[in-house]
Write a protein that binds this ligand. Structure first.
Ligand code: PHE
Length: 504
């Protein structure tokens, strides 16, 4: 079909050298179809074309009514009987309604009729309905030689202006009447057969917008993670290696001075491994940990129960990233003393009832600071500064309990929208019962805090079901289209003011 039209255009050019206006030559073809054919021919340099715009007038419904039934003023003239009596204005109005309203004035103006008391009588015997005649000219030709007529008909909303696009066409640099299929690629077959020598190649279209390049996209959770990492790096933290998801209960609990009877160590709360179920050995300082649990030390009387190696060897999916912090602090203690700031953001596992906002796994954001002469004030001051970087200025702390920190503080922030204080995290000063067995010397204190990554992400990106964020139901379109995360911008404040519960 379009090949046929292209040939028609080429043949017309061959015989007449140019086409002044496609509209008059290809009356049966729509302007869009013509343009498609011309663009294709132009890309092969067979033709050049220019766009022509033609304005023309068409008849509106009211105009058509006047062509069919006469102009309103003519209809009024014919409604007035010849003779002295004429017709009463009241009768004319009741019989002709709208037409009487609109046509009377013009009929008076044209001196076709006049008022005689309460009646209207004819002034002339016959009339010429010029409006109807003018409308018929416009209908037949699309315009009218008298521009005043056009203006008048348009003012009376009897005609409407329209535009058509058409094209003037001339021969291009490669003009011929032959249409060869153009090759889009140089193929192996063409090279083998030698067909490339005679092939005509399609030109590159440098105006084409092309396909959007697809690239890597960070998941929203990872965008928020990235933003957190930057805040940590900006404040001088080093990242902890968190690539071991399976740890011994020793690192997850015992080294953190969590007693072996603690509820968190129940099957209901923690995932224990079946195979292998236990670690082959415990770190060499295990006896120090056993002692502090059983008898205490460093000012503590301990828990006073028989500590079991077997219990400590049980392998678990780490329930918090503090299981990594404990190992990092032990490592730090092996070197000559230096202050240190560590953070991690990674996955942890809890054997929890799964619902719209809870999964059995989530990400924890954790920071720890080891230094001398630190106090609770240092921790509070640090958290003030840290959360300020995310746009959170109003913080409050509430005493809490963690087996591994004393004092422990739940972190609350003021939520402007909800008009209330909401919990955003958990923190504290690590106990000497935990730090000394790890090998940290007396006088070194460690402050720590933790929050979840999911809650702020869900709020930041307006996700109310965790399954839309994590798991097989995640929409990749959502991943690709979400903007980068800036916690201090726009929603940052809300995000963290309604953020984060970190359970013990
Ligand atoms: N481990 C704690 C939790 O899971 C968070 C925390 C980290 C608390 C460090 C104090 C110090 O909620």
């Amino acid at each position: 079909m379009s090949e046929e039209l292209k040939l028609r255009i080429l043949n017309k050019l061959e015989s007449e050298n140019s086409i002044a206006d496609t509209k008059t030559v290809f009356v049966d073809v729509s302007p869009e179809t013509i343009l498609g054919a011309l663009k294709s021919l132009e890309s092969q340099e067979k033709v050049n074309y220019k766009t022509l715009t033609t304005e023309f007038w068409t008849i509106e419904a009211e105009g058509q009514d006047q062509i069919d039934n006469g102009s309103y003023e003519a209809r009024i003239f014919y409604a007035v009987p010849a003779g002295e009596e004429g017709i009463t204005i009241a009768e004319l109005n009741s019989k002709y309604g709208k037409v009487a309203n609109l046509g009377q004035g013009k009929a008076f103006q044209n001196k076709w009729v006049k008022k005689n008391g309460s009646s209207i009588v004819r002034l002339v015997d016959s009339i010429v309905d010029q409006i109807k005649a003018d409308l018929e000219v416009v209908q037949a030709t699309g315009t009218h030689p008298n521009t005043n007529v056009i203006r008048d008909l348009k003012r009376r909303s009897l005609i409407k202006q329209n535009k058509v696009l058409s094209y003037s066409v001339s021969k291009g640099a490669n003009f011929s009447t032959e249409l060869k299929k153009q090759a889009t690629d140089l193929t192996v077959e063409m090279l083998h057969s030698g067909a490339w020598k005679n092939a005509e190649f399609k030109k590159f279209n440098f105006d084409s917008l092309g396909v959007n390049p697809s690239g890597g996209h960070l998941h929203p959770l990872m965008k928020v993670r990235e933003e957190f990492r930057q805040i940590f790096f900006d404040t001088g933290f080093e990242e902890m290696p968190t690539n071991e998801f399976v740890v011994s209960s020793f690192w997850n609990f015992d080294a953190l001075f969590v007693p072996q009877q603690h509820a968190a160590r129940d099957l209901q709360d923690t995932f224990f491994l079946k195979e292998p179920a236990v670690a082959t050995e415990l770190p060499e300082f295990w006896e120090t940990v056993k002692d502090v649990h059983e008898k205490g030390g460093y000012g503590s009387i301990g828990y006073r129960y028989p500590w079991s190696q077997e219990e400590a060897k049980k392998l678990v999916l780490r329930t918090h990233t503090t299981a990594v912090s404990s190992q990092m602090l032990h490592k730090l203690a092996q070197e000559p003393y230096r202050p240190a700031k560590y953070f991690s953001i990674d996955r942890v596992y809890r054997n929890e009832a799964v619902d719209a906002t809870h999964l059995a796994e989530f990400h924890q954001v954790e920071g720890i600071i080891a230094d001398k002469n630190m106090s609770l004030g240092s921790l509070i001051a640090f958290m003030d500064r840290f959360f300020q970087k995310m746009g959170i200025t109003k913080l409050r702390f509430k005493p809490a309990y963690n087996p591994y920190t004393e004092p422990s503080l739940e972190i609350f922030s003021w939520h402007e929208g909800l008009n209330t204080w909401v919990e955003i995290g958990n923190s504290g000063m690590f106990r000497p019962e935990m730090l000394r067995p790890l090998g940290l010397e007396e006088g070194v204190q460690v402050a720590g805090f933790g929050l979840s990554l999911e809650r702020p992400t869900m709020i930041k990106y307006g996700v109310d079901n965790i399954r839309a964020l994590v798991g097989h139901k995640v929409d990749l379109g959502m991943v690709e289209s979400n903007p980068a995360c800036r916690l201090d911008k726009k929603m940052g404040k809300e995000v963290f003011q309604s953020a984060v519960e970190t359970a013990n």
